[in-house]
Write a protein that binds this ligand. Structure first.
Ligand SMILES: *[C@@H]1O[C@H](CO)[C@@H](O)[C@H](O)[C@H]1NC(C)=O
Ligand SMILES: *[C@@H]1O[C@H](CO)[C@@H](O)[C@H](O)[C@H]1NC(C)=O
Ligand SMILES: *[C@@H]1O[C@H](CO)[C@@H](O)[C@H](O)[C@H]1NC(C)=O
Ligand SMILES: *[C@@H]1O[C@H](CO)[C@@H](O)[C@H](O)[C@H]1NC(C)=O
Ligand SMILES: *[C@@H]1O[C@H](CO)[C@@H](O)[C@H](O)[C@H]1NC(C)=O
Ligand SMILES: *[C@@H]1O[C@H](CO)[C@@H](O)[C@H](O)[C@H]1NC(C)=O
Ligand SMILES: *[C@@H]1O[C@H](CO)[C@@H](O)[C@H](O)[C@H]1NC(C)=O
Ligand SMILES: [Fe+2]
Length: 463
């Protein structure tokens, strides 16, 4: 049955200039928001809620645990222990730093951030928050030590929001049981589309994703819906709710801003960039990235991956060419340093590019067409989490050569790094069983095995 549908969808897909526009366009679940009441806080007085974790250092031996207590800020600590210490005899305690913020007439709960350091690699830990009968227990597993042939699987989700479609995306991702860490491509709660940027939507979003983010790290990047710039209600401070709620280890990579930073995890070096911060020559982000690329060691971390919100190669009419400014400035480095993959969100559909570059173009030479370039990354847009704004179902009418596959469906992707040369990538649309792949391809590492990949996009069963 699923087979038939995917084969049909492939046959129906228009093939033009080598690229495929899948005609499989459907919203499996509606992108209307789930009411606030369906994301209730946990029961109990001042019970910790909206629990989320992320990597806390450069190499994966540290975790930042964040949570909210609604009524008062105590207890200000968390306890953790190794899971194989069954009775939790050797418990450790870490104090949190607590913050609050106001946004128009909203007052946040107490937002806690606690950093656990010096964890063992590849080890499962239990952790507890709260006290007495309001204690809540969670767990996470640290990554293996950074190294060139360490297999590791990343989930990739963008523009999630909190709709019925969002819930389906997250359930499908969790249902695959494969992802170990989520690369989250920005645009979180969509609070800003509500009157006065209703910040209770940030709380409901935190409760919604807890089932994933309390147990595995999400690597966060900021999107335009995190800007929350609203001078009409006297809110001038950019990224205010986001920066209070989501902490990242930016200082560990010598960054001066939480909006751009890097981490190493298993065999990947991951660079997070900000589409909504200055990036032109001489700016802090530009200077930082120049130094960062020079530090990447492909013998240690073969896979060089970039995350940024607004795609540089996008053939959808939505947000068309919004990433062009950053492309002009950063693309020469992406090619020079042989970046493997660039993941973006922002456009609410799915698209995968060929390995192309447009670095030859210099405004006077007329060479403005992207060309095949084996040193260039593949650009992938996974802005299809399923938020309140709905699907971006209007692709440009002539599919450009650089676009290998595009489809207007909600879903998520998985990047299964096998070793220094091979990674299996697969994207899953929500209306399929999680075992069905809507687009899949083997990627070959640009530094260790720069062979041309088959750009053929296959609809396959991966389970
Ligand atoms: C904030 O103000 C809006 C508009 O006046 C109102 O609808 C809303 O209930 C207020 N929220 C709070 C938490 O006071
Ligand atoms: C939880 O603990 C508090 C304080 O110790 C107590 O007053 C309350 O009755 C307890 N609630 C339950 C459901 O056990
Ligand atoms: C999300 O989906 C799961 C699985 O279908 C369902 O059990 C759950 O109730 C949904 N959550 C909400 C808030 O609708
Ligand atoms: C790169 O990483 C390898 C493997 O960890 C190490 O032996 C080498 O010294 C590193 N090179 C530099 C320049 O740090
Ligand atoms: C732009 O490219 C053309 C053709 O390669 C070259 O002649 C020209 O010098 C370039 N201009 C600049 C400012 O680099
Ligand atoms: C790397 O992984 C690929 C895919 O699993 C496999 O075919 C290849 O033999 C592996 N390379 C090495 C050196 O083990
Ligand atoms: C998805 O596929 C698996 C394996 O074929 C099967 O066991 C499961 O029942 C399917 N789930 C749904 C919802 O169709
Ligand atoms: Fe966006």
């Amino acid at each position: 049955m699923w087979w038939l549908i995917t084969v049909l969808s492939f046959l129906l897909g228009r093939v033009c200039d080598g690229g495929i526009t899948s005609s499989y366009i459907r919203e499996a679940a509606p992108s209307t928001e789930i009411p606030k009441k369906d994301f209730p806080p946990p029961s109990g007085y001042n019970a910790p809620e909206q629990v989320h974790i992320t990597q806390g250092d450069q190499i994966g031996r540290s975790v930042i645990v964040s949570w909210v207590t609604p009524v008062n800020k105590h207890p200000k600590y968390m306890t953790y222990w190794e899971a194989n210490d069954k009775d939790g005899i050797k418990r450790n305690r870490v104090r949190s730093k607590t913050t609050t913020y106001r946004y128009y007439n909203y007052s946040s709960g107490y937002i806690h951030h606690a950093t656990i350091n010096k964890l063992e690699y590849n080890t499962k830990y239990m952790y507890e928050l709260g006290k007495g009968n309001n204690t809540r227990r969670f767990w996470f597993t640290t990554p293996p030590e950074v190294g060139p042939d360490v297999p590791y699987t990343f989930g990739i989700i963008g523009d999630l929001g909190q709709t019925h479609a969002s819930n389906q995306t997250l359930e499908h991702y969790l249902g695959s049981r494969k992802g170990q860490t989520v690369l989250y491509l920005g645009d979180f709660s969509y609070a800003d589309v509500h009157p006065y940027h209703d910040n209770e939507k940030w709380d409901t979003f935190g409760r919604f994703v807890e089932k994933s983010n309390a147990y595995e790290p999400w690597i966060y990047i900021a999107g335009n819906h995190e800007l929350d710039f609203a001078p009409e209600i006297d809110e001038h401070s950019l990224f205010k709710p986001y920066k209070h709620r989501y902490h990242v280890p930016f200082r560990a990579s010598q960054s001066t801003s939480p909006l751009w930073y890097s981490i190493k995890r298993a065999s990947a070096h991951i660079i997070v960039l900000s589409s909504y911060s200055a990036f032109a020559k001489y700016t802090p982000q530009y200077n930082w990235l120049e130094q960062e690329f020079a530090k990447v060691n492909r013998s240690e971390t073969p896979w060089l991956i970039i995350l940024l919100h607004s795609p540089m190669y996008n053939s959808n009419n939505y947000h068309f060419m919004e990433g062009e400014g950053m492309r002009v400035v950063f693309e020469p480095w992406f090619v020079k340093y042989k970046v493997d993959l660039v993941f973006s969100g922002h456009v609410h559909s799915y698209e995968r590019s060929e390995r192309v570059s447009n670095v030859q173009y210099n405004i006077t030479d007329g060479l403005s067409t992207p060309v095949k370039d084996p040193s260039a990354p593949v650009y992938i847009t996974v802005g299809d989490g399923g938020n309140i704004e709905g699907i971006a179902d209007s692709f440009t009418e002539h599919q450009p050569d650089y676009s290998a596959f595009r489809e207007a469906s909600f879903g998520h992707a998985l990047l299964e790094i096998k070793n220094r040369t091979h990674a299996f990538y697969n994207w899953h649309r929500n209306q399929d069983n999680v075992s069905v792949s809507g687009d899949s391809i083997w990627f070959y590492n640009r530094y260790w095995f720069p062979k041309e990949e088959s750009t053929y996009s296959s609809s396959t069963k991966t389970a």
